[in-house]
Design a protein around this ligand. Structure first.
Ligand code: PMP
Length: 427
């Protein structure tokens, strides 16, 4: 039964690693939940009928577009904020300003949760609680949502990660510079005295050296002096392990339970890598036979990293445009550098497929027409990869593939749907 397999899974989980909690899973029901954050996670798995019937396998999509902030990133934003609050890096009783570099979804999720938790806005003269830095080629729908939620949005030209004007670099720097003056001086003194090792998880502007321990967290978050100070918090989804944990302890176990422990393959794209690393590692910890499959869009170097061990090999480098140089239709997935979360993903990926914008757009249109599913472009990429993988393996005996339906097509209308409806000139 699912209960005994769940118990088995639980036992196995505790053997696997003690540092991960295994939360009981409560599927959405007619219960009343507390506030918007109560709606996050526990999303259903939906069978994609058209593709499953055509291929003779079960293709199941985790309906992450049903999260209140509209995407899979709600899970990550909630975990990042909860962990930061637990560590005293973000405190509800003082002015805080959150900074993040994002192509949109994570920003919308952070904004939603910060509002729901009433993380108060920073003290004057800074008026907003959240600063989002994003590339200027992302769909306008995401910018509109961020503005409606009250975030400050700065849009910058897409750039390489080695460029200090790259959006993640700007966000990190802005968090550090926020509230400079005496707070920053304390931080710098602490660094100089080797009292602060800025963890890869976060760059935090907080207080004087006496409050910061060797892990870079605060010893006494309730200190009066500390509470009176505004701070900047860099959410840092690319490097922050809370991203991985949200999936390892949330969506991963949910999928295992929902499929009654029967998963043959998990297929996902990677933007920060949190989803594929967290869910992939969890499923493999339950059954090492589960195949973890990467769906990689044009311009991303991950496919090469998985196949050849390098992001760009010499032969290819000349003719290949990197993701920040490509006018991309698919948003949210694809990356050209290693991050903490990508590091956790690469070793467990069994197979990888390159998906073109044309394939993703064709799939988006197919799903609307055949299933009434209006999905975003990264979900479409995932489903194209499901088909490629099934065909490559010659599967047609009812094997179960699980993938992520990251967000809705509403957020991508101006790019994806406008293209297939012939209303926009998209490459
Ligand atoms: N799809 C969309 C729409 C996204 O915004 C993101 C995150 N950037 C992803 C997929 C990829 O998820 P992850 O960051 O966990 O790799």
């Amino acid at each position: 039964t699912s209960i005994s397999s769940y118990r088995r899974a639980r036992r196995r989980q505790s053997l696997f690693s003690e540092q991960h909690e295994f939360r009981p899973i409560v599927l959405r029901s007619d219960e009343v939940v507390c506030g918007v954050t109560g709606l996050i996670g526990n999303t259903p798995l939906v069978r994609i009928d058209s593709l499953s019937d055509a291929l003779g396998v079960e293709i199941l999509g985790k309906a992450e577009f049903l999260n209140p902030g509209g995407s899979v990133k709600d899970r990550v934003a909630l975990r990042i904020i909860e962990d930061a609050e637990r560590q005293g890096l973000l405190h509800p009783h003082t002015g805080s300003r959150i900074f993040e570099g994002t192509v949109g979804s994570t920003g919308i999720s952070i904004a939603t949760i910060a509002k729901a938790r009433q993380i108060p806005q920073a003290v004057e003269p800074i008026s907003r609680f959240l600063a989002i830095i994003m590339p200027d080629d992302v769909a306008q729908e995401k910018v509109n949502a961020l503005l409606a939620l009250g975030a400050d949005v700065q849009r910058v030209r897409p750039a390489s990660i080695v460029d200090k004007k790259q959006y993640v670099n700007i966000a990190r720097r802005a968090a550090i510079e926020f509230g400079r003056s005496d707070i920053m001086k304390g931080l710098e003194d602490a660094r100089a005295n080797h009292e602060l090792h800025t963890g890869s998880a976060s760059v935090v502007v907080t207080t004087t050296s006496s409050h910061i321990n060797a892990e870079g967290t605060i010893d006494d978050p309730l200190d009066e002096d500390l509470l009176s100070k505004p701070r900047g918090f860099f959410a840092d989804q690319f490097e922050n392990r809370s991203n991985f944990e949200a999936h390892y302890n949330g969506s991963g176990p949910e999928i295992w339970r929902q499929t009654n422990s029967h998963v043959d393959a998990f297929v996902s794209g990677a933007g920060t890598g949190g989803t594929i690393a967290g869910i992939g590692q969890f499923l493999k910890s339950m059954n090492e036979e589960v195949q973890v499959v990467l769906a990689d869009p044009e311009g991303s170097g991950l496919y090469n990293k998985v196949r050849y061990g390098v992001m760009y090999d010499r032969k290819e480098a000349e003719g290949t445009k990197r993701r920040h140089q490509v006018d991309t239709v698919v948003e949210g997935i694809g990356i050209n550098r290693m991050t903490n979360n990508i590091d956790l993903a690469v070793p467990i990926i069994d197979d990888a497929f390159r998906i073109t914008d044309v394939e993703a757009v064709a799939m988006s249109r197919y799903l609307v027409q055949n299933d009434g599913l209006f999905l975003g472009s990264s979900s479409a990429c995932n489903l194209v990869a499901c088909i490629k993988f099934v065909k490559k393996r010659g599967w047609r005996d009812g094997q179960t593939l699980v993938t992520i339906l990251c967000d809705s097509g509403n957020r991508h209308y101006s790019k994806v749907s406008a293209w297939y409806l012939g209303r926009a000139d998209v490459p």
